[in-house]
Design a protein around this ligand. Structure first.
Ligand code: HEC
Ligand code: HEC
Length: 478
């Protein structure tokens, strides 16, 4: 379907917005007018209350995290996974851990500003993507080489990092769903280690060999496991959490930790995946005000947040972001950009109906994010909500019929308040267990190397000229 057959416009938006310039991507930007008369706001609220009472939406709390039978959660595996997730030594050059791009205080996403030149290979224009900074390019001998795009600066992913733990319930993960439910042994393509429900395991092995994120070119599993066997776990991290300190006191090296988790000391990629995925399954951010509200505490959400929730439940938002997960874990196209720049799920399935669709992110924890959407181009929840407005440009190819959606200006602040605060587990920002973590070496001392302008411009131009040849090779299999 090329054009939307119906629009959701609550009839109050558009005319009450005015444009302002975007800093990042060039599309008209909106700002709401909050100057509505109180009486009118009341009318809208009453309408919403009536609509909400006649609209049955599952306002239940989170279900238990699905656990594949082949990899049940155990404390020993979880703590090993926590150590692996935060160990920068898991990367070739000791600069990047999984957690580097998935900070818990940002709800498992990346707040660092890193620019990828996007489809055209040229920095500084509208198709730039705000991704995550990985490693400097190295050849298979580990020697730094000049990357065609990033030179000798750290490379940047071509999509933004989603939360590493708000997709615990999704059958397929990554923005295009290419980390699938069946987990195959990385050392033996015919050996299925998890039949279904293993998307976290499937995903976790990808960054470790990815030459943008954590690896030198052509890194092998033998190199990874040999390095771990000879490393002191978290040797370059500081401020270790209590459970990690206790685990390392009992089992001071990786072979001991694998022995405690799996019964023998062998370090294998399958076991690395099992441990990391188990750790992720313990990161359940289910103590949000919304969770307390549905558990029976009416004061957990302010009345403004309840107005936001009521609107959310009767609006088309809840079609794609249904509570209590605030995602249906499906792939949808909200028309963010031209599919030629990134074909999304279609690149995995080959199905035309999947063109430009991306995994619907959970809105839980969105209040702690700084880069929104798979491009990272939007920088606040308010702007993310306003992107749906009928006055905005939505790329029409295969656009979902639910788009656009207007949010009445008097409701907008309440909706944003609900998403930002009502759906945020306070333990995340506070770094409370299970969301505690070590301090990484890269966070201390010298700041992370920032790409200098000169090589970026030079290599950006070179890449721009060679864009057609480069396009196919650019997708990092995260
Ligand atoms: C250099 C930054 C970087 C590093 C390092 C990194 N990631 Fe990610 N992560 C990303 C990006 C970018 C994506 C999205 C890629 C895509 O969908 O194409 C992602 C996606 C994910 C997802 C999918 C979430 C979802 O909802 O679809 C999970 C889970 C995840 N990463 C966990 C990990 C683990 C585990 C490690 C370490 C083994 C790791 N990441 C290392 C940047 C990084
Ligand atoms: C047709 C399905 C659909 C509908 C309807 C929808 N969304 Fe989304 N939403 C998505 C998808 C898909 C993304 C990610 C898009 C991308 O990156 O290309 C997203 C992203 C977001 C984000 C950014 C989250 C993040 O972590 O980056 C917010 C916030 C959001 N939606 C809120 C809303 C609100 C509020 C509404 C109602 C006004 C709404 N959505 C309606 C599918 C939908």
């Amino acid at each position: 379907m090329d054009t939307p057959s119906r629009h959701y416009d609550f009839g109050l938006s558009g005319i009450f917005f005015r444009s302002r310039n975007r800093i990042r991507r060039v599309f008209p930007q909106l700002q709401s007018s909050f100057g509505w008369p109180a009486a009118l706001k009341l009318v809208v609220c009453v309408f919403l209350a009536i609509a909400a009472s006649s609209h049955v939406v599952s306002a239940q709390s989170l279900p238990p995290v699905p656990e594949p039978p082949e990899n049940p959660i155990t404390p020993q595996k979880a703590v090993l996974g926590k150590i692996l997730f935060w160990d920068e030594q898991l990367s070739t050059d000791n600069t990047v851990a999984c957690g580097t791009c998935h900070f818990l205080e940002n709800s498992g996403t990346d707040s660092r500003l890193a620019v990828h030149p996007g489809f055209d290979g040229i920095f500084g224009n509208a198709d730039d993507v705000f991704g995550s900074q990985g490693v400097v390019r190295r050849n298979s001998s580990g020697v730094t080489i000049v990357d065609p795009i990033f030179g000798t600066s750290p490379q940047v992913t071509d999509r933004a990092a989603p939360s590493a733990f708000q997709s615990l319930f999704a059958p397929d993960i990554l923005w295009d769903g290419r980390a699938g439910s069946t987990f195959v042994d990385p050392l033996s393509p015919t050996t299925v280690l998890i039949a279904t429900g293993g998307a976290l395991e499937s995903q976790s092995i990808l960054p470790i060999l990815n030459s943008v994120e954590m690896a030198k070119d052509g890194r092998s599993w033998a190199e990874v496991t040999t390095k771990l066997a000879g490393s002191v776990p978290l040797a370059i991290a500081t401020n270790l959490p209590g459970d990690v300190v206790a685990a390392l006191a009992a089992n001071p090296n990786y072979s001991d930790l694998f022995n405690a988790a799996f019964g023998t000391p062998d370090i294998t990629p399958g076991r690395i995946a099992f441990a990391i995925a188990t750790y992720e399954r313990t990161l359940v951010a289910d103590q949000t005000p919304f969770d307390q509200f549905v558990a029976g505490d009416p004061s957990a959400l302010t009345s403004a947040q309840q107005t936001g929730l009521n609107f959310f439940q009767v609006s088309p938002c809840s079609i794609c972001h249904p509570p209590p997960l605030f995602t249906g874990s499906r792939f949808k196209n909200i028309g963010l950009r031209d599919p030629i720049e990134d074909s999304g799920r279609e690149g995995v399935t080959g199905a035309l109906g999947d063109l430009a669709t991306f995994k619907v992110p959970s809105l839980r924890g969105a209040g702690l994010k700084t880069n929104f959407m798979h491009t990272g181009q939007i920088t606040s929840v308010t702007d993310a909500v306003l992107f749906y407005d009928p006055s905005q440009f939505h790329f029409p190819t295969n656009l979902d019929v639910a788009i656009p959606i207007g949010v009445p200006p008097p409701i907008l602040p309440d909706l944003v308040d609900f998403i930002e605060n009502g759906l945020t587990d306070p333990r995340l920002a506070a770094g409370m267990p299970p969301f505690d973590r070590p301090t990484l070496a890269s966070e201390l001392g010298a700041p992370l190397p920032v790409p200098s302008l000169a090589p970026i411009l030079f290599y950006g131009l070179a890449a721009g000229l060679a864009v057609l040849g480069w396009k196919e090779a650019r997708r990092p299999s995260v």
